[in-house]
Design a protein around this ligand. Structure first.
Ligand code: ADP
Ligand code: MG
Length: 698
């Protein structure tokens, strides 16, 4: 038997539409399809039949257990495995899986963060099947197979304890409002609008053996120390470079594992930094894209171990070279597959495009702070607001041509060019919207790339749910307002012109096509009144402003309590991560670096003794190293003191702020001392692999 072809292999571990059609009685299939398509509640009779078919399919594929797979607010995924076995009265077992077990689970929620949403006497949480995301099998290297049911996770009172629930709610909100706009524009064919996402995932690979020698990589996912290597990324020889055999073998395995789970892994290449790579799937419906991205991150890590490597998803594993992000490509599409951000070929399509573009400008300008907040984490602080792509200021790149058209439209300017003709929406002779032929702007945090927006602030390790909850909801609000205007308008064409004009006039400040890294932009953005929030602790405040609460409550995406719970949890997570970094730095310094330096000083002392007058260099070195060691020892004491102090601050925002203001700077100072020592120490005495080892040995 030959290898299965990719089409044969693809989706083999998914209980997808094809499998359901094959395995479900016609009536059941129809009922389930309707439930999925129309978002109706699943009937118990239907669930029972589906569960049984799903179980038979899973068992044939080798599964013994099932799990409700969910996404708590930790940002990772959770699963508790239950086997299908049910004991019979004669002491044997049969394999069972009921409809109830399929649609609902009751995991003990008390160990997941709830941010005060769940009182301890109500420890129970509920998981509920999201039947719009198909069940799948997870297969590990030893052949263990588990049936995974993608579920939403909520409290006894129905409050969202997870990342999926608000995502589903936000998809509904944006669909409803977008549909109103389409109807007002005269579209009678679309019956729903879907937000689509294609997340590009960046990652690093490192030799497992070296990883295990670095406590910081193991406990923090990033290096807390490391003198700069002689070579970084300055030769630009890694980006799109030939993929090394060992990495290619990894990527191939990864593709196969992802394809089996129905994940459309499409593009792979070397990224900018040494040992950095990227994978991009073909875009899909947002909740499936979010589920798949969680699986991508998990599978990347799992498969790397099979190749004696470790996959690093941290936003900034190494200082001095690029960190990793997740480019979240986002658009809206009708259920018939029309991309609403695709500039059209007809006047009608162009009008539609401009209306949706206007909505985006308004949404992003009004709620830039919320978008920024959704990307806040201790890891991402090393990218946003530091000297790295993208900056913490949100702006939208539209390209010169599109910006030119919008500007003219806003001014109501007349010109005889093609642009001017375009501006007259609804005119029969309307030309095609010029395709964006300006250079791609790689520095923009939110870039229009021809038929979608690319949100580049998202961190590499984070769930994409938060950023997409924000995008969907802020756009829903803007579309709601636009729909109301269009529905009331006597002359729709005139109203469209007015809508676009207003969007440019009131929100045009968000458009920026220049270099986002330049100092001029920082000054210019300030003049324009755009927020520039360089750290997570401040950024997160945007979740609990009256503006945010009004927005998320209006569209029933998150309640005030749910927003506050997230604010608290994310602040807490920030503080915990910095605390782990501080503890790790102290351990490494006291148990690895200081003893190594002392050993070196002993060696130097012996040569001084032996060589006497001639030992000028060892003497100089001894003095130099001794000074650095004294400084390092002081720095580690300061770090210890500041960390202990920060731990005692009770109020969650002050607590996080103490870690930001006191502990982070103490970590930076300690690192400077240790890195200076590393640069002067003999290689064989340095207790951990160097940056050169970590970055170039693969
Ligand atoms: P790049 O931005 O690197 O040039 P592409 O533009 O081809 O690459 O696409 C990057 C990602 O954007 C892919 O995951 C792709 O599937 C996704 N994408 C393309 N069209 C859409 C869309 N309409 N909605 C959401 N994502 C999309
Ligand atoms: Mg891209």
């Amino acid at each position: 038997m030959g290898h299965p072809t990719i089409p044969e292999l693809f989706g083999g571990n998914v209980f997808n539409d094809k499998t359901m059609k094959e395995r479900l009685p016609k009536e059941t299939y129809k009922a389930l399809r309707e439930t999925v398509d129309k978002g109706l509640p699943l009937k118990a009779e239907v669930a029972a039949v589906v569960a049984n078919a799903m179980k038979d399919w899973a068992i044939e594929k080798g599964a013994t257990h099932y799990t409700h797979w969910f996404q708590p607010l930790t940002g990772t995924t959770a699963e508790k495995h239950d086997s299908f076995i049910t004991p019979t009265s004669d002491g044997e077992v049969i394999m069972e899986f009921s409809g109830k077990q399929l649609i609902q689970g009751e995991p003990d929620a008390s160990s997941f963060p709830s941010g005060g949403l769940r009182a301890t006497f109500e420890a129970r949480g509920y998981t509920a099947w999201d039947c719009t995301s198909p069940a799948f099998l997870k297969e590990d290297a030893d052949g263990d197979v588990t049936l995974c049911i993608p579920t939403a996770f909520m409290s006894y009172h129905g409050e969202a304890l997870d990342k999926k629930t608000p995502l589903l709610r936000s998809m509904k909100a944006v669909s409803q409002q977008a549909l109103r706009v389409l109807r007002a524009l005269g579209d009678t064919t679309a019956s729903g609008v879907i937000s689509t996402v294609g997340p590009e995932q960046e990652y690093f690979l490192v030799e497992k053996e070296q990883y295990l020698d670095r406590l910081d990589l193991m406990t923090c996912g990033r290096t807390l120390f490391g003198a700069p290597p002689p070579k970084g990324q300055e030769l630009e020889d890694q980006y799109f470079g030939a993929i090394k055999d060992r990495v290619a073998a990894y990527m191939k395995d990864l593709d196969v594992e992802l394809w089996k789970m129905g994940i459309t892994s499409k593009t792979k290449h070397n990224e900018v930094a040494p040992a950095q790579y990227e994978m991009a799937p073909v875009f899909s419906t947002t909740n499936i894209a979010a589920d798949h991205n969680q699986l991508v991150m998990e599978t990347m890590q799992k498969v790397a171990l099979r190749h004696d490597m470790v996959c690093l998803l941290h936003e900034k594993p190494y200082a001095g070279i690029n960190g990793s992000g997740k480019h979240n490509n986002w658009s809206l599409s009708t259920d018939a597959g029309t991309n609403l951000l695709e500039p059209g070929r007809t006047p009608h399509e162009n009008a539609q495009f401009l209306v949706f573009l206007a909505a985006l400008l308004k949404a992003v300008d009004t709620h830039a702070d919320i978008m920024r907040a959704t990307c806040g984490s201790s890891g991402n602080d090393h990218r946003l607001g530091a000297n790295e792509a993208p900056p913490a200021i949100i702006s939208a790149f539209l390209g010169e041509e599109l910006t030119g058209i919008l500007t003219k439209l806003a001014k109501g300017e007349k010109a005889s060019s093609a642009e001017a003709a375009f501006v007259k929406i609804g005119v029969d002779t309307l030309p095609e919207l010029p395709k964006d032929n300006t250079d791609r702007n790689r520095t923009s945090p939110f870039a229009f790339t021809g038929n979608k927006f690319e949100f580049r602030m998202v961190g590499s390790s984070q769930s994409i749910s938060g950023p997409n909850v924000a995008l969907n909801t802020i756009v829903a609000e803007a579309l709601d307002e636009i729909a109301t205007r269009l529905e009331k308008a006597k002359d729709v064409i005139k109203e469209i012109q007015a809508i676009v004009k207003d969007a440019v006039k009131n929100h045009g400040r968000i458009i920026f096509n220049g270099n986002n890294y330049s100092e001029e932009w920082v000054a210019e953005a300030k003049k324009r009144g755009l927020p520039n929030v360089g750290n997570t602790v401040d950024a997160l405040k945007a979740f609990v402003t009256p503006k945010a609460i009004a927005l998320f409550e209006k569209y029933k995406v998150l309640s005030k309590e749910e927003l506050h719970s997230r604010y608290d949890i994310y602040l807490e997570q920030y503080a915990k991560h910095i605390n782990i970094e501080a503890q790790t730095a102290m351990q490494m310094t006291r148990r690895q670096y200081i003893p190594a330096v002392v050993r070196f000083m002993t060696e130097l002392g012996q040569s001084v003794k032996a060589a006497g007058e001639l030992a000028t260099v060892p003497k100089e070195l001894l003095v130099e190293v001794s000074k650095l060691l004294t400084s390092a020892n002081k720095s580690v004491q300061v770090l210890e003191k500041e960390t202990a102090k920060a731990q005692t601050v009770a109020k969650v925002d002050k607590h996080a702020a103490a870690f930001r203001d006191k502990v982070v700077p103490a970590l930076v100072r300690l690192r400077a001392d240790i890195d200076a020592l590393e640069a002067r120490m003999p290689q064989d005495l340095w207790p951990v692999p160097s940056y050169s080892d970590l970055l170039f040995k693969l």
